[in-house]
Every structure is written in structure tokens, then in C-alpha cells.
Design a binder for this molecule. Structure first.
Ligand SMILES: *[C@@H]1O[C@H](CO)[C@@H](O)[C@H](O)[C@H]1NC(C)=O
Ligand SMILES: *[C@@H]1O[C@H](CO)[C@@H](O)[C@H](O)[C@H]1NC(C)=O
Ligand SMILES: *[C@@H]1O[C@H](CO)[C@@H](O)[C@H](O)[C@H]1NC(C)=O
Ligand SMILES: *[C@@H]1O[C@H](CO)[C@@H](O)[C@H](O)[C@H]1NC(C)=O
Length: 417
């Protein structure tokens, strides 16, 4: 009688108050940019307005936590939570097994984000939160590097974890205790691309073309086109293949749209921009509203003294200082590693006014010149053939911090729904 009359109103208030409670609780986790005018896609409550309202932001009691800005602190008591025996390792990144020098020190640096309390992942709590859910990474080998770190960390909470490779996944893991799947789909350019050896293709006006890589800017690669509705969380990236080392002049990328070559032919960065715009609009169209979507910004490379194929090296034993970063990465200084910030600029532009959240791991990673596999690649002659690896990361290592940040953001994203 009385109770049944009251309950709808009571229920509304209860939900509203719960939302407010979570907003306060999780605002201490908020990465800075998420308070920008871009609305969180899944926010349906009045909080949407309060988040957008700068006056409320200013009245907010605690300073805004920014997971992407901060500094690395040496903390000898800090330990990775997995070792060289994780079954998900890829040999070339398993720096403990490959006996890389300095591993203990590499993993004694802790990322301390500005104005945040501890953000380290709790694998049990995280898997519990993700129960019956699926997380998908889509992109290039740096997203695979990210995935391997994620799988090794989560496995600590479920030793029964199994390899998982379905639906076109390149690799992945299944956590039976929690019914959680985490996998990676390899799509280095995101768009579909194919090798065409035909001689008659002379679209770039160049001599001595061996053939071209045809990129269909408006068609997503087969590897992920079928899984847009399969995952609850998606993490995209592209960037490391958009360079002349992967696609030199004799075998260039040639961009097509609606089945026809784009004329005049696009340069590689204009091609990237076109692909980004088209893939982002595809994601907005095809990926369901409730899916959490992230875009990971570039992982910086650290080649010193030469490019990767010119004896470029990264034998450093501590992180860079903040005031060294621009010398290494500012495009105006045209160093070997300048492309990360250039590519980021294009990505940020393409993601404006979308509900895809930026995972800006570039800055924190720029410091870590000391944490690549370098010459310890686990294979004889690998360095002579491939050069040092100053691009991927040792595991355990920097991507573990990426996992801490991503998991905090997923946590927050799911709680707010
Ligand atoms: C951290 O908090 C201080 C004090 O509120 C603020 O001035 C600063 O901008 C914050 N830092 C970041 C990166 O948000
Ligand atoms: C596992 O999760 C999927 C959704 O990701 C669900 O369809 C399936 O029923 C779950 N299985 C069990 C055994 O709970
Ligand atoms: C390609 O076109 C350029 C200019 O249009 C021409 O100079 C060159 O000879 C052509 N190359 C081939 C292999 O046909
Ligand atoms: C790289 O180093 C090797 C051995 O020191 C040397 O023979 C070679 O010329 C170097 N290559 C470049 C591009 O500098």
C-alpha cells in the first residue's frame, strides 16, 4: 500500500544518489581529458550535465586526477606481478628469460600520476568486475605488446587461463574462473590493404615500382570487421606502420576509395588521416552504443644514433629527464623518433567529437628509453639482421603501467553506465 506507492519515487532517488556517490568516488580516478566537453557515451543521468558544467568542476573539492601526467619514481620495493614463466609471453619481449641487463632496475620505477591515489590493478577485483565480458585489442604489434602484459597480469588471478584464438583473433586468453576473454586482432593499418605486384600500376608517377600496397581507406581489415559487436571493451591503435621503413618508394601505399584510386595520390600522412577519419566513422556507426571504446595514442620509439636499420641503439640504464623529452620527440627537432607526436596529432583530430576515449600513454612512455629489449632479443643474430629493438617493450615493464591505467579507466567506464 504505502510502500508500493512510495517505491517508484524512492527507487529513482536511490539510483540518483548511487550515481552521485559513484561520481564522487570515481572522480578521483578521472583522467583529465574526460572532463572535456566530449560526453561520455554511456552517461544517461543528469550527471552528464554536471560533468560538462565548468562551474561544478571548479567547485569540486579534490584536485583532478590525471593518469597520463606525472613522473616516474624509483621504488626498490616495487615488483612486477608476473615473471618469465607466464605462458602468454612472446620470446622477443621476454626480457627476463633473455637475460636483459638491468631488468631489476627497469621494473623498480613506478609511475606516479599527478593528483591520483594508487592506480595499480588488482587482478582479482578487475576480473570480477569483467565477469562474462570480453576485451578486444585491435591494431599493430604495440597493441600485442600491451595484450601480452594484460594477459600475464590477469593470469595471476586465474592460473587456469587458456590460450584463446577465435573470431579472427591473432592471439588471446580466456580466464575460466571469471568467464573473461581478452584478445588481440592484428590489423596494422586498420583499413584493408593488399599487395599488388602489377607493373601497369604507375599511379605514383615513379620509375622502378615493384608493385603497390593498395589500401582501401573505406574498408576495415577482415581481421576485425566481424567483431565490432563481440567485445564489451575495444582498444584501437595504428601508427607504427605509417612510415617509409615499412612501405618504401618502390613498394608504396596507394590509397583507394569506393574502389578507385584517390587522385592525385595521397602522401603517407594524408593517407593516414583519411584512413583514421573513415575508420573512426565506421566505429561510430558499427560498434554498439554500450561498448567502451578506447584509442591508444602512439608508443614512442627510442632509437639513438641512427634509425632502426642504421645501428640505432637504446642502451640506456635510466629513464630520460623531463627536459630531455622535447629534444627526442618534438617534430621540430626532426630526430629519429619524431613521428609519435605527429601521428598523435592526427589521431586526436580524428577522434574529436566522438565517444572514443583517448588512452594517452605517449608522454609517460617517452621517458622510458631504458625499457626496450634493445640487443636482448632471445635469438642469435637477431640484432645483426633486424637491428636493436627500441620500439617494443620488455615484459614485465612499461606496458604493465599501461594496464594499470586502462583498467582504472575501464573500471570507471563500467561503473558509470
Ligand atoms: C593537480 O592539482 C593541482 C592543484 O589542484 C592543479 O593545479 C594541477 O593542475 C593538477 N594537475 C593536473 C595534471 O591536472
Ligand atoms: C560467458 O560469457 C558470455 C558473454 O561474454 C556468455 O554468453 C556466456 O553465457 C557466459 N558463460 C557462462 C558459463 O557463464
Ligand atoms: C611512371 O610514370 C612516370 C611519370 O608519369 C614515368 O616517368 C615512368 O617512366 C613510369 N614508370 C613506369 C614503370 O611505367
Ligand atoms: C653498423 O655497424 C656495423 C658494425 O659496427 C658497421 O659495419 C656498419 O657499417 C654500420 N652501419 C651503419 C648504417 O652505420
Amino acid at each position: 500500500m504505502m510502500a508500493s506507492k512510495l517505491s517508484p519515487a524512492f527507487f529513482t532517488w536511490f539510483i540518483l544518489l548511487t550515481c552521485l556517490f559513484f561520481f564522487y568516488l570515481y572522480s578521483s580516478f578521472l583522467p583529465f581529458y574526460s572532463l572535456s566537453p566530449t560526453p561520455m557515451q554511456s552517461l544517461k543521468s543528469p550527471l552528464k550535465e554536471s560533468q560538462k558544467n565548468p562551474q561544478l568542476e571548479r567547485r569540486h573539492p579534490s584536485p583532478i586526477c590525471n593518469l597520463f601526467r606525472g613522473h616516474w619514481v624509483r621504488d626498490p620495493s616495487y615488483r612486477p606481478i608476473y615473471d618469465e614463466n607466464c605462458p602468454f609471453h612472446r620470446n622477443a619481449w621476454n626480457c627476463l628469460r633473455n637475460k636483459r641487463d638491468n631488468m631489476e632496475e627497469i621494473n623498480s620505477w613506478r609511475w606516479v600520476p599527478e593528483n591520483c591515489t594508487s592506480t595499480r590493478i588488482d587482478p582479482v577485483a578487475f576480473l570480477d568486475l569483467m565477469r562474462n565480458k570480453k576485451i578486444g585489442f585491435i591494431g599493430d604489434s604495440l597493441n600485442e605488446n600491451f595484450l601480452v602484459s594484460f594477459l600475464c597480469i590477469l593470469r595471476v588471478a586465474d592460473e587456469g587461463a587458456k590460450k584463446w584464438k577465435r573470431k579472427g583473433a591473432w592471439r588471446g586468453g580466456y580466464f575460466p574462473k571469471f568467464n573473461v576473454t581478452v584478445a588481440y586482432h592484428r590489423a596494422v593499418l586498420l583499413a584493408k590493404y593488399e599487395w599488388h605486384p602489377e607493373k601497369q600500376l604507375n599511379l605514383t608517377g615513379q620509375d622502378r615500382l615493384k608493385g603497390i600496397y593498395r589500401v582501401d581507406v573505406d574498408i576495415p581489415a577482415d581481421d576485425w570487421v566481424e567483431v565490432t559487436k563481440f567485445y564489451d571493451v575495444l582498444i584501437f591503435n595504428t601508427g607504427h606502420w605509417w612510415g617509409f621503413d615499412k612501405f618504401p618508394k618502390e613498394t608504396p601505399l596507394v590509397f583507394y576509395k569506393n574502389g578507385h584510386p584517390i587522385l592525385p595520390p595521397l602522401g603517407i600522412l594524408d593517407g593516414l588521416q583519411t584512413v583514421l577519419e573513415s575508420m573512426v566513422s565506421y566505429i561510430q556507426r558499427e560498434v554498439p552504443y554500450g561498448t567502451l571504446k578506447f584509442w591508444r595514442l602512439q608508443s614512442p620509439r627510442h632509437f639513438y644514433g641512427g634509425e632502426w636499420n642504421q645501428n640505432g641503439s637504446c642502451l640506456f640504464n635510466k629513464p630520460l629527464e623531463e627536459d630531455q623529452l622535447d629534444t627526442w620527440f618534438d617534430p621540430r627537432n626532426s630526430g629519429f623518433n619524431k613521428e609519435a607526436r605527429q601521428v598523435n596529432h592526427l589521431i586526436e583530430k580524428a577522434l574529436q567529437d566522438t565517444d572514443i576515449q583517448l588512452l594517452d600513454l605517449t608522454h609517460l612512455s617517452e621517458f622510458r628509453v631504458d625499457a626496450h629489449p634493445a640487443i636482448w632479443l632471445g635469438k642469435k643474430d637477431a640484432v645483426a639482421i633486424w637491428g636493436q629493438d627500441c620500439m617494443h617493450w620488455c615484459l614485465p615493464g612499461v606496458p604493465d603501467t599501461w594496464v594499470d591505467i586502462l583498467s582504472a579507466m575501464i573500471h570507471r567506464g563500467l561503473e558509470i553506465v
